[in-house]
Design a protein around this ligand. Structure first.
Ligand code: TLP
Length: 345
């Protein structure tokens, strides 16, 4: 029986073109900056998102922590959403590794934080307070149904940061999903930020890797932090080769994932005992609530697993599904059938 794995878009396997590119990749020692494939990926990514320079890192988590450690010194403060991945899912890296203080603002359902609330959170110059240094945004917003943040919103936060002499980091793990969903050039979503993290190993289906982008000066400093964290990866052109294919061939098809997620949500909305909000689905992420408490969460997941459907379990009676490369319309319909059957008992 085929497994329909909707736990995450990180489960994607590399495409045949990626495997071929990995096989043929020209390699060198990247700590000496001698891996031509990495150099090419970094240059390509920087150009694509409109920044001067870029740096390959092992993961999205590493991209975020390297960026935050590059921007902030110990005892400084970063303002970020209370539902952000950096705050919830990165093992508290900013405080553990950097002595950086996270100051959270509520995320609204559309993934934004109210600009007035961000402004109110910026500390006055007073010896009792940590110094605010950084604002972090997340686009698309994972916990908020994959909501894409608009250019207008990002520009407004960037303008606020500038007015207060702060820096702006964008966790753009799924920034291409946002660009495709909004029908804008990705640079419109990145122009105001000082750094961003782009993941190659989520919807773009590369096996490993993220790229952080920013000014030449930022990337030069980030390179040292990456080394300090043990992230100098030598012949990692093996990774970069698949990343190049991801950027070249896997961005436009994200529209298919978005259409499939919407179809899935619309199908789930009419299944008795389950609840979801199809109108919130703008990209490839949706959440469902198990309203019917005949089954425990574990029982629900086990019954679906038996029918070959996997989803993730971010909280009590709440589940998450992501569409991605390898999940077509047929798989969506099979998943809906499985959900119907499970709920019919
Ligand atoms: N998110 C993963 C899990 O950690 C939840 C997923 O399955 O969605 N930023 C955002 C917005 C992310 O969603 C993720 C991964 C990361 C950063 C971290 O990327 P990795 O997993 O490469 O460290």
């Amino acid at each position: 029986m085929p497994v329909i794995d909707l736990r995450s878009d990180t489960v994607t396997l590399p495409t045949p073109a990626m495997r071929e590119a990995v096989f043929r990749a020209e390699l060198g020692d990247d700590v000496f900056r001698e891996d031509p494939t990495i150099n090419r990926l970094e240059q390509m990514t920087a150009e694509r998102v409109g920044k001067e320079s870029a740096l390959l890192v092992a993961s999205g988590t590493m991209g975020n922590i390297v960026s935050v450690l590059t921007h902030c010194a110990r005892s400084e403060e970063a303002i970020l959403g209370d539902c952000s991945h950096i705050f919830l899912n990165e093992a508290g890296g900013m405080s553990a590794l950097g002595g950086i203080f996270p100051h959270t603002i509520p995320n609204r359902p559309d993934g934004t934080m109210a600009v007035e609330q961000i402004e109110a959170a910026i500390r006055a110059d007073n010896i009792h307070f940590p110094k605010t240094r950084l604002i972090c945004l997340e686009n698309t917003h994972n916990r908020c149904y994959g909501a894409p943040l608009t250019p207008e919103y990002t520009d407004a936060v960037a303008a606020l940061a500038k007015r207060h002499g702060l820096l702006l980091h964008l966790d753009g793990a799924r920034i291409f999903n946002a660009a495709v969903a909004l029908g804008v050039d990705v640079r419109e979503l990145t122009r105001g930020c000082d750094s961003l993290n782009v993941c190659l190993s989520k919807g773009l289906a590369a096996p490993v890797g993220s790229v952080i982008c920013g000014s030449r000066n930022f990337i030069a400093r980030a390179r040292r932090i990456r080394k300090m964290l043990g992230g100098g990866m030598r012949q990692a052109g093996i990774i970069a080769a698949a990343g190049i294919v991801a950027l070249q061939e896997m961005v436009d098809r994200l529209t298919e994932d978005h259409a499939n997620a919407r179809r899935l949500a619309e199908g789930i909305a009419i299944i008795p005992g389950l609840a979801t909000e199809p109108d919130r689905v703008k990209t490839n992420i949706l959440y469902i609530d198990l309203v019917d408490r005949r089954f425990s969460d574990e029982e629900f997941m086990a019954r679906l697993e038996k029918k070959g459907v996997r989803l993730s379990h971010p909280g009590p009676a709440r589940f998450r599904m992501l569409t991605h490369y390898g999940i077509g319309r047929a798989e969506i319909d099979m998943a809906l059938t499985a959900l119907h059957e499970v709920m019919q008992g």
